[in-house]
Design a protein around this ligand. Structure first.
Ligand SMILES: Nc1ncnc2c1ncn2[C@@H]1O[C@H](COP(=O)(O)OP(=O)(O)OP(=O)(O)O)[C@@H](O)[C@H]1O
Ligand SMILES: [Mg+2]
Length: 265
């Protein structure tokens, strides 16, 4: 594995422009604009109900936005059919994995490749994902429903990779996993980005993991982006340290900061 930084280009592979999505009367996201550059890992951080899943569902066409536009590789994909969006090279690993429990691990992987006709490429990519997650090779013929939560997360990421995507949307890969397993999964996510050049947009409550793994980050609160920066800079911001990383500084000053109304920037 190379330690070289990924070839991040300034070209945005994904652009959201003023996206608004709602569930009936509930506005879940309110004017989201963000960009993901080709080759980078971008993260959206936010707590429960902030609107993270809604952003990803809107990008992949599961929810149609009320307002705004989404561009993928320079093409408008706003409110297009999810299957069409997958075919354009965008794969979504949903919250809670959603593997097919009664299909074998291998058949789950093949489902991820259903849009492809290059059988040799599919066989090669199965070997590649078995390389990332050897347990999936061991369990290849077992029903996916029998895998542990962490193994199902590995399978869900692998299934997304089987479409050979340019961009993967990852919804809370750490959900329900031990810190050790979370760390392992994030290490593989970074490897996938570095080795294959796959661009990744992930959403997370686990700010620590997400900020360490990602290049650029957005902070989401109540359906709005309240801060964005490189992850290196976000990690140094006092508000992020206090509210997301739980690193409160000692002393009176931080007590005051803690008490005062939260103000961003
Ligand atoms: N199917 C739905 N019907 C009605 N409201 C919904 C639905 N799904 C989400 N919401 C609401 O939309 C808002 C954003 O939800 P969303 O699932 O996007 O948040 P999230 O950031 O992914 O949260 P979590 O970290 O808990 O997964 C919340 O107020 C939520 O209650
Ligand atoms: Mg969610």
């Amino acid at each position: 594995m190379s330690d070289l930084p990924p070839p991040v280009s300034d070209l945005p592979v994904l652009k959201l422009l003023n996206i608004e999505s709602a569930y009936g009367p509930i506005k879940a996201i309110r004017g989201i604009s963000l960009q993901v550059r080709r080759g980078e890992i971008a993260a959206v951080l936010g707590s429960n109900g902030a609107g993270k899943t809604t952003i990803l569902k809107t990008i992949s066409g599961i929810i149609d936005p009320r307002k705004g536009a989404i561009e993928f590789k320079g093409q408008d994909i706003t409110a297009q059919d999810p299957s069409h969006i997958v075919q354009q090279g965008l794969s979504h690993v949903p919250e809670g994995r959603e593997v097919f429990p009664l299909l074998s691990v291998r058949d789950n992987l093949l489902m991820g490749a259903y849009t492809r006709s290059d059988r040799d490429g599919v066989a090669r990519d199965i070997e590649t994902v078995y390389g990332y997650f050897p347990i999936l090779r061991e369990r290849a013929t077992q029903d996916a429903g029998l895998l542990s939560g962490g193994q199902q997360q590995m399978l869900a990421i692998s299934r997304a990779l089987m479409a050979n995507p340019d961009l993967i949307l990852l919804d809370e890969p750490s959900l329900g996993l031990s810190p050790k397993l979370t760390k392992e999964i994030f290490e593989i996510v970074v490897r996938i980005n570095r080795e294959r050049g796959t661009t990744i947009l992930l959403v997370e409550q686990n700010a620590n993991m997400a900020l360490n793994a990602s290049d650029y980050g957005y902070v989401l609160e109540n359906g709005r982006i309240v801060m964005e920066d490189t992850c290196a800079r976000l990690r140094e911001k006092d508000d992020i340290k206090e509210f997301y990383l739980g690193l409160k500084e000692e002393g009176v000053r931080s007590e005051r900061r803690w008490k005062k109304k939260k103000t961003w920037r």
